[in-house]
Design a protein around this ligand. Structure first.
Ligand code: F3S
Length: 419
């Protein structure tokens, strides 16, 4: 890999040991991926923000103690906990202490404490074509596909190094030639009524991710009226079922205005995605034996202000059932927004608990006696059992709200469902 004189100086330690170490890691990665040189990025989103193992905390602390400082605007994915409501979330002392160590180290290096996995719905939103270095799979897929910004799927800790240097090896999705669709997927048999139900988008993303696996896919047939929250849900589930870092929705996403632009030499034979495949995916994401979940978990990825409004409208003033906890996870920015406009009070008065900073898959399992959960997130449903041990049911936001209010699983038949 060709390095500039400045890159070489950093590698020689001219900007301190933290920068030298970060540059060495980035250069090693560049060699592995046969990058030709380093290139600047305008901002970084760090995924290694929740406590998982001591090594992660120690690495970040080491960089901070060695004088590491972020060279470009750098923001943070969720912590393992709500850093402002540890008591309410019953966070064990050790987990809080390790989460606070991560918080201190990142703030010392100059990070913006956004603590959100939906950074594209607030604050530092990149523009079309902007070169960035983001971690967090749903955010990467959204930034690349919906916004048209350019990032690789940066791994934990590499993103920290990218923030310190403000540069990354030039390869992969940073380059135009690697952003072209490789497969074409066509929706067949879907009706306007199906698309009007937002529960379909996480499922479409989930099946699309399975089909695409590691390839860049173009999807034909999504209606233009799709919302940002639908695209958020699609991105999250596609990135959880397949290694999806970039997808194209024909006629919707910025790098796919038409089939001809996506496939200049003529499109490949399309792979077909049907309502039956969506129904099968939904069955795989739901445990049919769950009748009375203890937890309704919303906000994976983090809830937007629009989703809060939809939640309170669906509640219609009805209180959450005494046997169920209804939790919503969101960013501090969205929390402040819905608080200012009175929407938060409506949720609170119904008995909904709203947490910031954290992630519904990382709640302190040992502090709560939950056995089963329900969510409108296919990503949550996909990971729930393996990460928390809870059985899980997938459903629309309306079904989640009705379940929370009635204390038992409420699901509607019809549309793509088999009964
Ligand atoms: Fe965000 Fe946690 Fe879901 S980080 S995308 S809420 S798994």
């Amino acid at each position: 890999m060709r390095l500039t004189d400045h890159d070489q100086d950093i590698l020689s330690g001219s900007e301190g040991e933290a920068a030298r170490l970060a540059m060495q890691i980035l250069c090693d990665m560049g060699e592995i991926f046969a990058a030709d040189e380093m290139m600047p990025v305008s901002q970084v989103h760090i995924d290694m923000t929740l406590y998982m193992v001591d090594a992660g905390v120690e690495f970040v602390e080491r960089l901070a103690d060695l004088g590491g400082r972020f060279a470009v605007p750098t923001q943070l994915n969720p912590s393992a906990v709500d850093l402002r409501r540890c008591r309410e979330l019953r966070v064990p002392a050790e987990l809080e202490e390790k989460s606070r160590r991560l918080e201190r180290a990142y703030l010392k290096m100059g990070a913006t404490p956004t603590w959100t996995c939906a950074p594209y719905q607030q604050g530092m939103i990149p523009g079309f074509g902007e070169q960035i270095a983001w971690g967090e799979s749903n955010a990467i897929a959204f930034a690349n596909s919906v916004i048209g910004a350019r990032t690789n799927r940066y791994a934990d800790l590499v993103d920290v190094c990218a923030g310190i240097i403000g540069r990354v090896p030039r390869f992969g999705l940073h380059l135009s030639e690697n952003r072209r669709a490789e497969i074409l997927v066509t929706l067949e048999g879907f009706t306007p009524e199906m698309f009007a139900n937002s529960a379909i988008y996480p499922l479409l993303g989930y099946v699309f991710g399975e089909i695409a696996a590691g390839r860049i896919g173009a999807l034909e047939g999504i209606p233009k009226a799709v919302t940002m929250d639908d695209l958020k849900a699609f991105s999250a589930s596609a990135a959880s079922s397949g290694a999806v870092g970039l997808f194209h929705l024909l006629g919707i996403t910025p790098e796919a205005p038409s089939l001809e632009v996506c496939f200049p030499g003529g499109g490949p034979t399309p792979l077909v995605l049907t309502p039956r495949m969506v129904a099968d995916a939904e069955e795989r994401l739901s445990d049919g034996t769950v009748e009375r979940p203890d937890l309704v978990a919303l906000g994976c990825p983090h809830f937007s202000a629009t989703e809060f409004i939809a939640l309170t409208e669906l509640l219609q003033g009805r209180p959450v059932h005494a046997s169920i906890s209804c939790w919503v996870f969101t960013s501090r920015a969205v929390y402040a927004e819905v608080e200012e406009h009175g929407v938060l009070e409506l949720a609170h008065s119904a008995g909904v608990k709203v947490f910031t900073d954290g992630c519904p898959l990382q709640y302190p399992v040992q502090s709560w006696d939950f056995r089963a959960a329900m969510s409108n997130s296919a990503k949550f449903a996909n990971y729930c059992y393996s990460q928390t041990g809870l059985r899980v049911v997938y459903g629309s936001l309306r079904e989640c709200v009705d379940t929370a209010v009635n204390g038992r699983v409420c699901r509607e038949a019809g549309l793509w469902r088999k009964n």
